[in-house]
Design a protein around this ligand. Structure first.
Ligand SMILES: C[S@@+](CC[C@H](N)C(=O)[O-])C[C@H]1O[C@@H](n2cnc3c(N)ncnc32)[C@H](O)[C@@H]1O
Length: 217
């Protein structure tokens, strides 16, 4: 079984009838990703399906609004990544990692604590003709890192301490987020703001569509 078939099987196990389909990102058309199909089953899910979704979060089968905005930002500002060693924390589908590679990063390391996210990132990188390294453990990574990117990882409040750790590990940090109502961290400044959407569309409220990009200083 290929890696893509394995991802497909996991998806269909969690949500019967769901499948992966190649999707050009509406807000970043330079990138095409294998994502959950746009017409995924949306009728009331059986309790057993809801439980499987909770036990196996499908972050890797979506391109989150913040990821889409940060990927487009990197492609518009390749000077942020050009010739740099970039670590993409919480890579999910791989969208930001792929954008960094397309924008000319010297090396891209995609980091996630979900093995399915790493496998999805590897397949999506191949789909876009770029190479990324995979890292399941941030702390095990050796060598200097020039830029850390992190898109939509602050939905989990337990990840807030990473905002302190990132600037100690890399020369610069770019964070994209639409989950925190107030982001007032002394190490970061807002540099961009854009309305976007998660792909496929989860019909989230407008507050989760307004993405802010922050740069460390
Ligand atoms: C909402 S998804 C965002 C994915 C992608 N960055 C995007 O914007 O589309 C969050 C991802 O971060 C990963 N993640 C969350 N907390 C993490 C942690 N402490 N260490 C590594 N990965 C983490 C999750 O497994 C998931 O793949």
């Amino acid at each position: 079984m290929t890696a893509l078939q394995n991802l497909q099987r996991q998806l269909a196990y969690i949500i019967p009838g769901a499948r992966l389909e190649e999707t050009v990102l509406p807000g970043c058309p330079e990138i095409c990703l294998h994502l959950l199909n746009a017409d995924y089953p949306q009728e009331a899910l059986a309790a057993s399906t809801v439980q499987r979704v909770m036990d196996n979060p499908l972050y890797w089968a979506f391109c989150w609004a913040s990821g889409q905005v940060l990927a487009a930002h990197l492609l518009r500002h390749p000077e942020r990544v050009a010739d740099r060693r970039v670590l993409d924390f919480g890579c999910g589908s791989g969208v930001v990692s792929i954008a960094a590679a397309l924008a000319g990063a010297r090396e891209v390391i995609a980091c996630d604590n979900d093995a399915f996210a790493l496998a999805m990132t590897e397949r999506n990188a191949a789909l876009n003709g770029v190479q990324v390294q995979l890292a399941p453990d941030f702390d095990a990574l050796a060598g200097p890192v020039e830029l850390i990117t992190a898109a939509d990882v602050l939905y989990d409040r337990e990840n807030l301490p990473w905002l302190e750790r990132f600037p100690r590990r890399a020369d610069a940090v770019l964070v994209a987020d639409s989950r925190l109502k107030s982001f007032d961290h002394p190490a970061y400044s807002e540099i961009a703001r854009q309305v976007s959407v998660t792909v496929p569309d989860l019909d989230e409220s407008s507050e989760f569509r307004e993405v802010r990009v922050y740069l460390s200083h």
